[in-house]
Design a binder for this molecule. Structure first.
Ligand code: NDP
Length: 297
């Protein structure tokens, strides 16, 4: 069997198109332009690339992008003051503080100072609680992107066995909650899980979010399973240079799985697309307007 490839790049383009269409309608019918503020503290090169990409895509879908670049030695008080200002700014519907923050800043404190209604990363403790209790929340972008791809590919997820490998607050745990919300039977695996191969083999849906290059081999995958590979790992190429691979061994897994996301070009592009979707959702909620269909959990 050769797995169907779930093309995250193409799917992300359709999500951005939907967002852009809705944004244009908002502008025309209500004179409202959604705005996303991104706060970057310091000069981490990877974070700079992400922030640039987020700003560019925000503008491309017709939203306003506000970038706040702060020095690496910015004090916590100054950062919190900026967040308060953004919380109170009616033109800003979404606020994202790029992580990781420099070591002297308390990430939990900073994230929890964002107005939960503007917390488009879905990391605020209120949003975590709302998601965990099945209430309307802002949903973390990467797991939301995975859910959208699963729904698009499988239709109803009800009753399916899902295994999430990884229990981080940004991917594993919210992913498990989303799958539970769609009535999957969910197992969360982690570094202490016994017989991981056996656990994975029983799953109809496998979401790998570990951060270990190609650790899930094809013979762990049940025939026909749908595999979502969140991992992004850079490995050396035999002839020199590097390349990106996921947490799943794509070659062997795609011979067994029913469908699989590639790395790159799978989950990655969906994350920013879902950030834009969340910003639009936050804007609609803030203005008491109908939320766009198919762009939320
Ligand atoms: P974390 O490091 O926060 O979490 C990794 C999880 O994997 C932990 O729960 C850990 O278990 C578990 N784990 C580690 N080793 C094993 C093992 N041998 N067997 C089973 N479980 C194991 O990572 P993140 O959740 O932040 O990210 C995971 C991956 O996803 C990374 O590659 C990251 O780059 C990528 N990522 C991709 C995104 C995208 O946009 N595509 C966005 C976010 C992340 P324990 O808790 O027991 O330590």
């Amino acid at each position: 069997m050769s797995a169907e490839i779930i093309d995250g790049k193409a799917f992300a383009a359709t999500v951005r198109e939907k967002v852009a269409t809705h944004v244009a309608r908002l502008k025309e019918e209500a004179g409202i332009v959604p705005g996303l503020a991104v706060v970057l503290v310091g000069e981490d090169p990877a974070s700079q690339v992400y922030v640039r990409s987020k700003g560019k895509q925000t503008v491309e879908v017709g939203m306003n992008s506000y970038e706040h670049k702060l020095a690496a030695d910015t004090s916590e008080a100054d950062l919190l003051a900026l967040i308060t200002q953004l919380n109170n700014d009616p033109a800003v519907h979404g606020i994202l503080v790029q992580l990781p923050l420099p070591g002297h800043l308390n990430e939990d404190l900073v994230i929890n100072s964002i107005d939960p209604a503007k917390d488009v990363d879905g990391f605020h403790i209120s949003n975590v609680g709302l998601l965990g209790t099945g209430q309307k929340s802002m949903v973390p972008c990467t797991p939301l992107g995975c859910l959208m791809m699963l729904r698009d590919h499988l239709g109803s997820l009800s009753g399916l066995n899902a295994v999430v490998i990884g229990r981080s607050n940004i991917v594993g745990k919210p992913m498990a909650n989303l799958l539970l919300g769609d009535s999957c039977t969910v197992t969360i695996a982690h570094s202490r899980t016994r017989d991981l191969a056996d656990v994975v083999r029983r799953a109809d849906i496998v979401v790998a979010a570990v951060g270990r290059a190609e650790m899930v081999p094809g013979d762990w995958i049940g025939p026909g399973a749908t595999v979502i590979d969140v991992g992004i790992n850079r490995i050396d190429k035999p002839g020199g240079g590097t390349r990106l691979v996921g947490d799943v061994d794509f070659a062997s897994a795609s011979a067994v799985a029913g469908a699989i996301t590639p790395v790159p070009g799978g989950v990655g592009p969906m994350t920013i697309a879902c950030l834009l979707a969340n910003t639009l959702t936050a804007c609609c909620r803030a203005n008491g307007l109908e939320e766009p269909e198919g762009l939320t959990a």
